[in-house]
Structure formats: structure tokens, C-alpha cells
Write a protein that binds this ligand. Structure first.
Ligand code: SAH
Length: 348
């Protein structure tokens, strides 16, 4: 039997097309979209203004993806909530809610595992298992929004920074963006979406040409090809020159400042010379550097830079006119580094 697609995978216009094929009027698609994203129902029978036959047809042809919570950890320090979810095939993924002053941010996974092989990352330890379907990414946001509904709060921003490489699952990642920003749905502003990538250059050009108003975050983590290729195998396919050109193009097409992520790893990329080289590389580009103390992943063995050195690194960037901040660590008391919860779970 063919697997039924998730109803959460459809953009409104795709739902309109599906309904047109079924001989249903456009307003029916709008009704369904509202049930999914305004009322956030969890069963077809709650869509009470649809004829029973249409509810049955939807049930026969789609699924209302729901995620089973395997574990839920809540940080006592800052309320960060981290979920390990099981999907219908038993695969597990992580999702995080981070409460900020400006609202709740949800960090979603886009793949089960990852094939990018970055040397500091836990998500890629077991390789790529499979891509998530768009609806499985949307369902992570819906699950969080339902929880927040109990407190009268909403998801204010979404970051594609969980496990997986969003640009290696391009269709699903961009469908997620279109669905959660839809005016008839959750209405999250494009400006409140951040997509983080290892730097798959052709996909950055494609994203730029599609001109969404989202923030592109690029995991740089080094100031030279030599160091970056050691930490991130993707750099052998797309080097820094080409990557930075693509970032310029993204800025020119969208007017959105680029965010660079730079995880400081003891004795690899954390010297003041690295800061100077970085400052030179990105001088001409409107951007912001997010300096991240690397999360220690035992299987990886890479150590984090001492706090004084982190501060010195950032001060050097600021001195050279680079807009840089240290990322505030959230959920320090729960295993918050991407992929760590899933990896622990897999060990049993
Ligand atoms: N594949 C995408 C998004 C997922 S990772 C990407 O690479 O950007 C989100 C961010 O966390 C990336 O910047 C990634 O490099 C970083 N990251 C991964 N493991 C980390 C670790 N152990 N410590 C700090 N940052 C890490």
C-alpha cells in the first residue's frame, strides 16, 4: 500500500489543487487549513464544517501526523523544553522550545540523522537515516504550539537548526517555511525564521532566487579552507570562496543580513589570528557572527575554549568592526546539544 502523505505537508495552494482534483471548491481547502493551523485539531472528525464524505476521503488519502513524545526534558534554569519524538516508523528526532524575552523559539529537525559528517556534531554520528517529510517538520511546530496554547502563548520564531541539513532536504524545508508563515495559518513572520546550513552552495543560490525574507545562518566555524575542511567535509565540495560569494548573492537578492555561526573549539579555530582572518574574510558583507562555545560530544573529543579566550576572541572581532555576540547557552542542565538526546536514546 502506498504511504499516505501527511496533511501537514500541503501548502494552502497545494491543498486547493488537491481539492480541485477531487471536485471540491477552494473554500473547503481554506476550511481544512484553518482547522489545522488556527484550531490545531488532532482528528479529522473535529473538522465539523466538512461533509462526512470529505472527512472520510481525507482520512483515506492523508495522515494527520502526530509525534509521540519519547522523552520531554524541561530546564530548571530557563524553561528550555527538549523533546525526543518517535515518528510513525519508529525513527526518533529532537525538537526544542526556547523561551526568549521576545517569545518562544522552536528549533526543528529536518532529517533523521545527517550525512554531513561535521567533526564536532552528534547528529551525524550514525549517518543519514532518512529525510523528514514536510509534514513531519510542520508537526514539530504544531506539537509545540499545542503545548504553548495551554499557557496562552505562541511560537514566535522557528529555527531550522536541529538535526539534519535543511538544504539537503530542500523541498521539505522550504515547504515548512511556507506553511508556518502562511497568513491563513500560524502567521509566523518570515523574519522570524532562520535556516542554518553547512553551506551547500547551489542550494543557497536557489534559496536566494526564491527571495523569502528569512535569515540564512551559515555554519562557518573556521577562517581558512585548511581548518574548515578538517572540521567540515562539505568544505571539500564547496570551499569558502564560493560559499562567501553565495552569501553575498543571498544578501543582494533578499536584503537580509547573513548570520555566521562559529563554534569555538580549543586549539582548532580559537586564536586571535583566526579572529583577524575571519574579520578580513567577511568585512565586505553585512552580517552578524554568532560565537558558540562548542558543546562537548564525548564521541568527538573536541574541547571547548576557555571562557576568557572566548571573550578575547569576540573582543578582537568587535575591535575589527565585526558585529559579533556569544550565543547564550540555553538548557545547560539538559542535554541540549543537537543529536545528543537521540544518540543517548539509541544507546539504550
Ligand atoms: N545542518 C545545519 C543545521 C543543524 S546544526 C548546519 O550545519 O548549520 C545547527 C548548528 O549547530 C550548526 O551551526 C552546527 O555547526 C552547530 N553544532 C553542531 N554540533 C555542535 C556542537 N557540538 N557544539 C556547538 N555547535 C554545534
Amino acid at each position: 500500500m502506498k504511504k499516505r502523505p501527511s496533511l501537514y505537508s500541503y501548502r494552502l495552494r497545494e491543498l486547493v489543487d488537491l481539492f480541485a482534483d477531487w471536485g471540491e471548491p477552494k473554500y473547503r481547502a481554506q476550511q481544512v487549513f484553518a482547522w489545522l493551523y488556527k484550531r490545531r485539531v488532532s482528528d479529522y472528525d473535529e473538522m465539523t464544517n466538512l461533509p462526512q464524505a470529505l472527512r472520510d476521503r481525507l482520512r483515506a488519502n492523508t495522515t494527520l501526523t502526530s509525534l509521540r513524545e519519547v522523552t520531554r526534558q524541561v530546564s530548571e534554569l530557563d524553561g528550555t523544553t527538549k523533546f525526543l519524538f518517535a515518528l510513525s516508523d519508529g525513527a526518533t528526532i529532537e525538537t526544542v522550545i526556547m523561551p526568549h524575552d521576545y517569545g518562544n523559539s522552536v528549533c526543528v529537525s529536518t532529517q533523521v540523522g545527517c550525512k554531513m559528517g561535521c567533526k564536532f556534531c552528534a547528529s551525524t554520528l550514525g549517518g543519514l537515516v532518512r529525510n523528514l517529510e514536510a509534514g513531519e517538520i510542520v508537526a514539530q511546530v504544531i506539537h509545540c504550539q499545542r503545548l504553548l496554547d495551554q499557557k496562552g502563548e505562541r511560537v514566535a520564531s522557528v529555527v531550522l537548526m536541529g538535526s539534519g541539513e535543511p538544504l539537503d532536504n530542500y523541498e521539505a524545508a522550504t515547504a515548512l517555511i511556507d506553511i508556518v508563515t502562511a497568513p491563513d495559518g500560524l502567521q509566523i513572520g518570515q523574519r522570524h525564521i532562520t535556516l542554518s546550513t553547512v553551506g551547500i552552495v547551489p542550494a543557497i543560490y536557489r534559496l536566494a532566487d526564491e527571495r523569502r525574507g528569512i535569515t540564512l545562518a551559515v555554519s562557518l566555524h573556521a577562517a581558512s579552507d585548511e581548518v574548515r575542511s578538517r572540521l567540515m567535509p562539505i568544505n571539500k565540495a564547496y570551499d569558502m570562496n564560493g560559499l562567501l560569494e553565495a552569501c553575498h548573492y543571498y544578501y543582494n537578492q533578499t536584503g537580509r543580513r547573513i548570520t555566521f555561526e562559529y563554534a569555538l573549539i580549543k586549539d582548532h579555530n580559537d586564536q586571535l589570528d583566526d579572529a583577524r582572518q575571519l574579520a578580513r574574510l567577511i568585512a565586505a558583507l553585512p552580517c552578524h557572527v554568532n560565537v558558540i562555545p562548542v558543546n562537548y560530544v564525548p564521541e568527538r573529543g573536541l574541547k571547548r575554549t576557555r571562557n576568557e579566550q572566548i571573550q578575547a576572541f569576540v573582543r578582537e572581532l568587535l575591535r575589527l568592526g565585526v558585529n559579533a555576540t556569544v550565543r547564550r547557552e540555553m538548557g545547560g542542565d539538559i542535554s541540549a546539544a543537537c543529536g545528543q538526546l537521540r544518540a543517548e536514546h539509541a544507546k539504550g
